[in-house]
Design a binder for this molecule. Structure first.
Ligand SMILES: NC(=O)c1ccc[n+]([C@@H]2O[C@H](COP(=O)([O-])OP(=O)(O)OC[C@H]3O[C@@H](n4cnc5c(N)ncnc54)[C@H](OP(=O)(O)O)[C@@H]3O)[C@@H](O)[C@H]2O)c1
Length: 224
């Protein structure tokens, strides 16, 4: 792998926030290992970008992706759990298919890929979870049952991980990226993916206390 100062893994870089984060971190001289479901990324290439196939809901795919990532680097500075889905965000009553797809992707996929990569995050490194303020209990509303529960679960996992990794000096940061113009966020969102990526990068360089929930829209942490 070409030498660069730091190495990041980002999941779900085929579009939206993940693709913008990839470009932002490459501009900040990172080597980026990005995952897509197809193992390809159309219309963008870079000598410091490596693409790894990952279907987050599939255990074998997670295991193969982790092995491929370990073959590229054994020391991660930054691991960004970004891949996510929100098929029920406009509906109130849970349907089994959307609920299962959401929990399998946003919770099971995230937790078990993270567990595989934890040993490779270096002391002083950081794990980000692109979560949502829709997963904070004070923001409860009737829509998006699977999505809200999935992000609430990942906020809790991040808080637990922060305590578990404190001795290893790995910082854990669940975050809300703002409402962002992506396939998931829709056209009406006020924030571009590039603005969200710049804001998320601030959650890296501003070094928030581990376990704190970072809100890009506020440029800082807020209480759970
Ligand atoms: N946009 C917003 O307003 C907003 C607000 C709060 C939080 N978020 C969070 O931001 C993250 C990124 O979303 P986005 O807004 O950038 O939407 P997006 O453009 O739809 O990107 C989602 C990414 O996740 C990938 N993905 C979805 N399901 C997957 C699976 N089963 N296995 C592997 N990859 C999968 C997608 O891959 P494919 O292209 O193959 O589907 C895509 O790369 C998500 O976690 C989302 O919950 C977004």
């Amino acid at each position: 792998m070409e030498n660069s100062i730091k190495t990041a893994v980002i999941t779900g870089i085929s579009s939206g926030i993940g693709l913008a984060l990839t470009k932002k971190l490459l501009a900040e001289h990172y080597t980026v290992i990005g995952t897509t479901r197809s193992g390809r990324l159309l219309d963008f290439d870079h000598p410091r970008l490596h693409i790894v196939p990952l279907e987050a809901t599939d255990e074998q795919s997670r295991t193969q992706a982790a092995a491929r990532i370990r073959s590229l680097t054994d020391s991660l500075d930054l691991f960004i759990n970004n891949a996510g889905t929100a098929p029920d965000v406009f509906t109130m009553e849970p349907t089994h298919a959307a609920f299962t797809q959401t929990l399998d992707t946003n919770v099971t996929g995230v937790v078990f890929l993270t567990e595989l990569l934890l040993p490779h995050v270096r002391p002083g490194g950081q794990i980000l979870f692109v979560s949502s303020n829709m997963g904070l209990p004070r923001n409860a509303a009737p829509n998006g049952p699977g999505y809200r529960l999935s992000k609430a679960a990942i906020n809790m996992y991040a808080a637990m991980l922060a305590t578990r990794l404190a001795d290893q000096h790995v910082r854990v940061t669940p975050l809300h990226p703002g409402w962002v113009q992506t396939k998931l966020g829709g056209d009406q969102a006020p924030t571009t993916p590039e603005q969200a990526a710049t804001g998320i990068y601030q959650a890296v360089v501003s070094a928030p206390e581990t376990g704190q929930f970072y809100n890009v829209a506020l440029s800082g942490v807020e209480s759970f």
